[in-house]
Write a protein of this length. Structure first.
Length: 254
């Protein structure tokens, strides 16, 4: 585990933040490839990416603080901007990114579904890369396991503190692999799905299936207030059902 990559004088380079930035850059690059295929100006993608980046970060922090420590946000609203500390919930990032993309499409008078299809492969690729940052940071860890896949994190890490040094499932790496598989599925299907919104809705179904599965092994999940119900699985289930219904309806009306 390497939460800090390097220190340059007063500046500290955190592995988590570095991988988030790397994920963003790779996502923009892949979106640019798809934009050229669709005949969309690359400058538009850069502007859209900025909207999504800001919306995702704000949404991720608000979602995390709402379910993990709402009092900290009430006491210190500026804490929502402290993304270098971690605490970014992917469903919050997804909802914030969708809201930002929708706002962008309205301002530019462009089809939201067309932009969403274009960005879908980039999103899941970015999520895959981001999980490397989670692994290096020691967050998003799994429950204890005696299997050959178990990983022991060093002292003072969150997994070590939570489970007293026991080996845990490297759920960050599980999701990294599954997200990469999801990316290649979307990339191969992007020209076969003929109706607008299909690629994005397929992404929502694929990713939320992945999240339901991986969350069953997570040891640091957020829970619905005062219950043992994992909020990620509930939200993932709802999003999957809604996306499936919309996929079927849009395919029939195409």
């Amino acid at each position: 585990m390497h939460p800090i990559i390097a220190k340059l004088g007063p500046f500290t380079i955190y592995s988590y933040g570095m991988m988030v930035a790397t994920a963003f850059l790779f996502g923009v690059y892949v979106a640019g490839i798809e934009a050229r295929r669709k005949g969309i100006k690359i400058d538009l993608i850069y502007d859209l990416a900025l909207y999504i980046f800001i919306g995702s970060l704000i949404g991720a922090r608000l979602y995390y603080l709402a379910f993990f420590n709402p009092s900290s946000f009430i006491q210190d609203p500026v804490s929502v901007l402290k993304v270098w500390e971690g605490g970014l919930a992917i469903h919050g990032a997804l909802l914030g990114g969708i809201a930002a993309g929708f706002l962008f499409s309205k301002r530019r008078k462009i089809s939201f579904w067309n932009l969403a299809d274009l960005m879908a492969p980039s999103i899941i690729l970015g999520q895959a890369i981001g999980r490397i940052g989670c692994f290096l940071n020691g967050c998003c860890f799994g429950m204890p396991t005696e299997s050959m896949f178990g990983v022991r994190f060093p002292k003072d890490s969150l997994p070590y503190i939570a489970y007293h040094g026991l080996a845990v499932h490297p759920t960050q790496l599980y999701e990294l692999i599954l997200n990469l598989v999801g990316f290649f599925v979307l990339w191969s299907m992007r020209q076969r799905i003929r109706f607008q919104g299909g690629v994005f809705l397929l992404y929502l179904m694929i990713y939320n299936c992945i999240r339901i599965a991986v969350s069953s092994l997570r040891g640091d999940c957020l829970y619905i207030w005062n219950t043992n119900i994992k909020i990620a699985q509930v939200i993932s289930g709802i999003i999957f059902v809604v996306a499936l219904i919309m996929f079927i309806k849009r395919e029939k009306s195409a």
